[in-house]
Design a protein around this ligand. Structure first.
Ligand code: AMP
Ligand code: GLY
Length: 423
C-alpha cells in the first residue's frame, strides 16, 4: 500500500516509524515531513493547510491511505477533502474534529451525556465573563474556545490575574480568533494522565497510558509549551481508574458523538485529571499527542497500519491492542527560549549514535537539511526516547542519550518522569 502521512513533527516521525515496520507498506510519503522522517518516508514540500496541493499529490501518486496527524488540518476538514476526492483518509471529519476544535462544544457534550469533567461556563461577551469572575472561586481556569497550539489555557490564582486573563484572551486576542469565545472552568487538582485511543465510529480501543510535561521549566515552572517530554505507562493510571474511565468516559464519548450525528473515526486523546472524586476529562484531542505518540507507538506490538485500516473500515471490534510490558521516556531537546523566541539553523550533531539501537529513538520535531547537514528548525527540535524494563531504567537511558546530541542553544528539562519516583 502507498501511504501519505500529513504533518512534519515528532508525532509524525513516530507514526512513520510505526508504519514503516508494516510489511504491507510499499511506499511511504510525508508532507511536509522533516529531516528525521526522511529516513522512513519520501518528504514532499506541501504545507499541512494547503489542502488543494495535498489532495492533488495524493491523486497523482494514487495513494491508498492518508493519515492526517495534526489538529489544524483535521479541524479545518482535510479528511473530508480527501474523501470527496475518493481517497481513504484516517482521522475525524470536520464535524467530529470539533471535539478538539471547540472547548465549548466538548464541554457541552460532556454535560449533556454526563461525562465527568470540571464545572464551567461559556462566554461570548467579555463583560459577562468579568462579571462572573468577580464572584467565582479562585484559582480559576480560563480557556480560549478554539485551537491555540495547546497554549490557550490560563490558570489564575486571584481575581486580578483572572481579569487580566479575560482581557488577554477576549480583548487583546492573544490566541487569535480562538479567543472570540471563552470557557471559564473550575480548577481541579490531582494527577494528570493522557490516554490515547483508536476509534472506528462505534468501537474504541484504549492504548497504554502516558503523561506529558507541558511547562517549559523544571519543577513545572515557566510557560506552557506543546510538551517538553513524556513517559509511558503512568503508574497513576491504575486498574481501578481504568475501569471507571471505561464505564464513564471512553465508550460514552464515542456514543455521544454518534448520537450527535458526528461519528468519530480516528484517535481520541483523553486528557484526564485523577481527582479525589475520580477521573475527570480535562480536554479531548482528536489526534495522537505530541510527544505522547513518541512513547506510545514504540511500545505498541500491533501492526499500526492494520489498526488504522480497521478504524477507517469500521472493523476495530475485531482488533485487540497489545503493548510491550516495559516503559518508555521521551525527553524533548528544544531551542533555548522556546516557547517564546529562539534561533534556528544550528547543526545537529550526534544523530548517528542512535543507529542500530533497538531501545533508543531520536524523533525529529523541528529539523531540516541545509548544505548537506541536518540543522535545527523549530522550538522543539528532537524527542530523545528510550525504552527500558521499567520507568526508572527508561528514564536513565533517555537522559543518557540526550548527551549524545549536540547543537547550539540545546535546552531540555531535567525532571521528565521524575514524578514516577514518588509513585
Ligand atoms: P488543556 O489544553 O485543556 O489540556 O489545558 C492545559 C493544561 O492546563 C492541562 O494539561 C492542565 O495541566 C491545566 N488545566 C486545564 N484545565 C484545568 C482544570 N480545570 N483544572 C486544573 N488544571 C487544568
Ligand atoms: N502533548 C499534548 C498534546 O499533544 O496536545
Amino acid at each position: 500500500m502507498k501511504i501519505l502521512v500529513v504533518g512534519g513533527g515528532g508525532r509524525e516521525h513516530a507514526i512513520c516509524y510505526g508504519l514503516h515496520k508494516s510489511n504491507r507498506v510499499t511506499k511511504l510519503y510525508c508532507a511536509p515531513g522533516n529531516a528525521g522522517i526522511a529516513e522512513y518516508a519520501e518528504c514532499v514540500d506541501i504545507g499541512v493547510m494547503d489542502f488543494e496541493k495535498q489532495v492533488a499529490f495524493a491523486k497523482e501518486k494514487a495513494i491508498d491511505l492518508v493519515v492526517v496527524a495534526p489538529d489544524d488540518p483535521l479541524a479545518a476538514g482535510l479528511v473530508d477533502e480527501f474523501e470527496k476526492a475518493g481517497i481513504k483518509a484516517f482521522g475525524p471529519r470536520k464535524n467530529a474534529a470539533i471535539l478538539e476544535g471547540s472547548k465549548a462544544f466538548s464541554k457541552d457534550l460532556m454535560k449533556k451525556y454526563n461525562i465527568p469533567t470540571a464545572a464551567y461556563e461559556t462566554f461570548d461577551d467579555p463583560d459577562k465573563a468579568l462579571e462572573y469572575i468577580e464572584t467565582a472561586k479562585m484559582p480559576i481556569v480560563l480557556k480560549a474556545d478554539g485551537l491555540a497550539l495547546g497554549k490557550g489555557v490560563l490558570i489564575c490564582n486571584d481575581l486580578e490575574s483572572a481579569k487580566e486573563g479575560v482581557k488577554e484572551i477576549m480583548l487583546d486576542k492573544k490566541f487569535g480568533t480562538a479567543g472570540t469565545r471563552m470557557v471559564v472552568e473550575e480548577f481541579m487538582t490531582g494527577r494528570e494522565v493522557s490516554v490515547l485511543s483508536f476509534v472506528d465510529g462505534k468501537n474504541i480501543r484504549i492504548m497504554t497510558s502516558a503523561q506529558d510535561h507541558k511547562r517549559a521549566g523544571d519543577g513545572d515552572t515557566g510557560l506552557n509549551t506543546g510538551g517538553m517530554g513524556t513517559f509511558s505507562p503512568s503508574p497513576f493510571y491504575t486498574e481501578e481508574v481504568d475501569r471507571i474511565c471505561r464505564e464513564k468516559i471512553y465508550q460514552p464519548t464515542v456514543d455521544a458523538m454518534r448520537a450527535e450525528g458526528r461519528e468519530f473515526k480516528g484517535i481520541i486523546f483523553f486528557g484526564l485529571m485523577i481527582t479525589a472524586e475520580g477521573p475527570k476529562v480535562l480536554e479531548y484531542n482528536a489526534r495522537f499527542g505530541d510527544p505522547e505518540a513518541q512513547v506510545v507507538i514504540p511500545r505498541m506490538k500491533n501492526d499500526l497500519l492494520e489498526v488504522i485500516e480497521a478504524c477507517v473500515d469500521g472493523t476495530l471490534g475485531d482488533v485487540e491492542l497489545e503493548f510491550e510490558d516495559n516503559a518508555a521516556v521521551c525527553v524533548v531537546l528544544a531551542s533555548e527560549g522556546y516557547p517564546v523566541k529562539y534561533d534556528k539553523g544550528f547543526e545537529i550533531k550526534g544523530l548517528e549514535k542512535f543507529r542500530d539501537k533497538d531501545d533508543y529513538f531520536c524523533f525529529h520535531a523541528g529539523s531540516k537539511f541545509a548544505d548537506g547537514k541536518i540543522v535545527t528548525n523549530g522550538g522543539r527540535v528532537l524527542g530523545v526516547t528510550a525504552k527500558g524494563a521499567d520507568l526508572k531504567q527508561a528514564r536513565a537511558k533517555a537522559y543518557e542519550a540526550t548527551e549524545w546530541i549536540d547543537f547550539d542553544n540545546k535546552y531540555m528539562r531535567h525532571d521528565i518522569g521524575k514524578a514516577i519516583d514518588e509513585a
